[in-house]
Design a protein around this ligand. Structure first.
Ligand code: GLA
Ligand code: ZN
Length: 663
């Protein structure tokens, strides 16, 4: 069920006599779907058990007259003041024991039974009322689950829930003691009831095993919180979908788990969304977030919030240049969005998000953003049904593992080592070569890919070694990196074999020593070129593997940096450091060539090529992420279906290729 374009609308923020104008302007712009109600708890239930849905029904009626369908958000991210007043223990407690107060949003503890009961009652009332309403096409659970909950919650309910989660995982406390190694610093527990949540300690930290299980518990809690809503919604909302708006690389909750019970995932894409613009949030990084969303269920998705103007709360990010909002939207579609919903319709005059601008400015008069996006919708919208459901048909996969990410958050090794940055560096290398990549989970089936990169496979997780070995055994090309095979799944160092533990045979090497590169990078030579390895150096002893790059001076002179081990028709590569961008790019080229992976085509720097592959052929998006006009030369068999070969600054065009097999 797809609508191409829509918008997030908050009718409760505006006088009712304006709704008609809004609906007309939306329809004239080409929008077809509107998300409503996701923060409207206090309006929908102004007092305990008093549900007031009439105002929202009137908004639905206004939208319906203009042919606009509706997605309803369950407004559980904003428990109202009357509820908090009556039940203050709903408020979350941070790791220092401080209660976080009412006044923002997500001021809730997801283990709290009272909050759960009230949430589920409201969701049930809404589902009873709108579950069979043809104007409502689907539901969004809560809002950005995991947002605002990073360090929360440490209340008694959460502590009891954590202990119960541990009891289920370990069975008895003796097993937990052994698995975690609680003998260290006398942390042995004689009962699950003694186990703390990771609150502030004199040394500012906890056992790495406790910390990893806490992150897993926390993720499971969020999944469970959502599940409770889905269980209410499903039977009452036949024919309506259930989705959730995820946040790309946010990692409080394992999105592969969160996605499992959804019909499809949605994502919130804010290219320069935050007041602190993350350095290096390049077109490739935006693409990676979109590809992760496609990977969650390996299917196309929605954007539930696509940036529609300047953004910021107290401080603003840069205003998008003319063309950029349309370009970023096209990028979302290129990477697999079947519907893009813009956040938000009109810039709000009140509240924390006064400067998180909508399509319309504060005064409600359509301006530059309205015109730009209307133009985009008119051009791209009619094409979208032709590639609905299609993804890129990537032959390369990068494993994105929440467990590994969490383990490196707990122990980054080097102050600058970051799991996601490492992964993004790999992604950028393929992206720069216009090679489509899927981001997959540790548990995904890898058959069908030619080349798999599993960066920083630090923890040995169930089934993963076996799956990777089979992948290589069947002729696949696998890349593993530094800090692979170091620990078991309880975050305890493994002792059964020299590093890289269970992967030593596959890789044909041993790592008998290592060096955290606190003094700076190691010069590395590859293919006659000078590069650098930074942050970490595995001292690799080849046991059959061939060295393809090595240290070219310094403390590690002549030691291997990158190795290759042929295993039957397959190959297992090892990268024992963090390569610089040039080395990643060179290696990605080598791996792609060896695995016979082709780029979409060739393009100049700053131009991104993305395809959606259908049974009839490909739709190729050519995205100009530069401030200059670019003349793109398509392949002979490509037909221009949107835009021009000469793309304006921040412009894009779309080509259709001939049916595959037809030359
Ligand atoms: C998130 C939320 C929105 C809004 C924007 C801007 O993406 O889902 O409700 O708050 O951020 O801050
Ligand atoms: Zn709690």
């Amino acid at each position: 069920m797809n609508f191409q374009f829509g918008v997030d609308y908050y009718p409760e923020h505006w006088p009712e006599d304006r709704w008609e104008t809004d609906a007309r302007l939306m329809a004239e712009m080409g929008l077809k779907v509107v998300r409503l109600a996701e923060f409207a708890w206090a309006k929908l239930e102004p007092a305990d058990g008093r549900f007031e849905f009439a105002w929202l029904d009137r908004a639905l009626a206004v939208l319906d007259r203009r042919g606009l369908k509706v997605v309803l958000g369950t407004p559980t991210a904003c428990p109202p003041a009357w509820l908090i007043e009556a039940h203050p223990d709903i408020l979350p407690v941070d790791s220092q024991g401080r209660v976080r107060g009412f006044g923002g949003r997500h001021h809730d503890c997801q283990s709290n039974p009272v909050y759960r009961r009230y949430s589920e009652r409201l969701v049930r009332a809404m589902a009873d009322h709108w579950g069979k309403d043809a104007r409502v096409v689907g539901w969004q659970t809560d809002n950005e689950l995991g947002n605002s909950h990073d360090d929360l919650c440490h209340c008694g309910h959460c502590r009891a829930a954590f202990q119960a989660w541990l009891a289920r995982r370990y069975g008895d406390v003796a097993r937990l003691n052994t698995s975690w190694g609680t003998v260290f610093w006398s942390q042995t527990y004689s009962s699950f009831s003694q186990i703390p949540t990771p609150t502030l300690t004199p040394v500012n930290t906890h056992s790495p095993s406790l910390l990893l299980d806490w992150k897993r518990f926390h993720s499971d809690l969020i999944v469970d919180f959502q599940r409770a809503q889905i269980e209410v919604l499903r039977p009452l909302t036949p024919g309506q979908f259930i989705t959730h708006n995820c946040m790309g690389f946010a990692n409080t909750v394992d999105y592969f788990d969160l996605a499992r019970e959804l019909d499809f995932v949605s994502h919130d894409q804010y290219p320069v969304g935050f007041w602190e613009v993350p350095p290096g949030r390049s077109a490739a990084d935006l693409a990676a977030a979109l590809d992760l969303m496609a990977g969650l269920k390996r299917r196309s998705f929605w954007i539930m919030e696509q940036q529609s103007g300047p953004t910021g709360w107290q401080i603003l990010a840069k205003t998008p240049r003319p063309g950029q909002l349309a370009l970023w939207t096209a990028q979302s579609v290129a990477h697999g969005a079947d519907t893009v919903v813009f956040f938000r319709w009109r810039s709000c005059t009140v509240g924390t998000e006064q400067y998180w601008h909508g399509i319309l400015p504060h005064n409600g008069v359509p301006g530059r953003r309205y015109a730009e996006l209307k133009g985009l919708i008119g051009g791209l919208g009619p094409l979208m049904p032709r590639f609905e459901g299609a993804l890129s048909g990537a032959e390369v996969a990068i494993v994105h593992s929440y467990d590994q990410n969490w383990a490196f958050e707990i122990q980054p090794h080097h102050p600058d080592l970051d799991y996601q940055k490492y992964l993004l560096a790999v992604y950028r290398a393929f992206h720069g070569r216009q090679i489509p990549v899927d981001l997959v989970s540790d548990a995904d089936d890898l058959r069908g890919y030619k080349l798999v990169v599993a960066p920083l496979a630090f923890l040995e997780l169930p089934g993963v070694v076996q799956r990777l070995k089979e992948f290589v055994g069947e002729g696949g090309h696998l890349v593993l990196t530094m800090r692979t095979g170091v620990k078991d799944q309880a975050n305890v160092c493994q002792t059964s074999a020299p590093l890289p533990g269970p992967y030593a045979d596959l890789l044909g090497l041993e790592v008998l020593d290592y060096d955290c590169l606190r003094d700076g990078p190691v010069p590395v030579e590859f293919d006659g070129q000078k590069h650098q390895g930074s942050l970490w150096w595995d001292v690799v002893t080849p046991k059959g593997a061939q060295v393809v790059a090595w240290a070219d001076g310094g403390d590690h002179k002549s030691e291997p940096a990158v190795t290759r081990n042929g295993v039957g028709k397959g190959t297992a590569w090892y990268v024992g450091t963090q390569p610089d961008a040039g080395l990643w790019a060179a290696l990605a080229g080598l791996w792609a060539a060896q695995a016979a992976v082709e780029p979409v085509a060739i393009a100049q720097a700053g131009v991104e090529l993305v395809r959606r592959r259908t049974a009839e052929g490909d739709f190729v998006f050519v995205l100009n992420h530069t401030a200059e006009a670019v003349a793109f030369e398509p392949k002979a068999a490509w037909h221009l279906v949107l835009g021009e070969a000469l793309m304006p600054p921040w412009g894009f065009s779309v080509y259709e290729t001939r049916k595959r097999g037809v030359q």
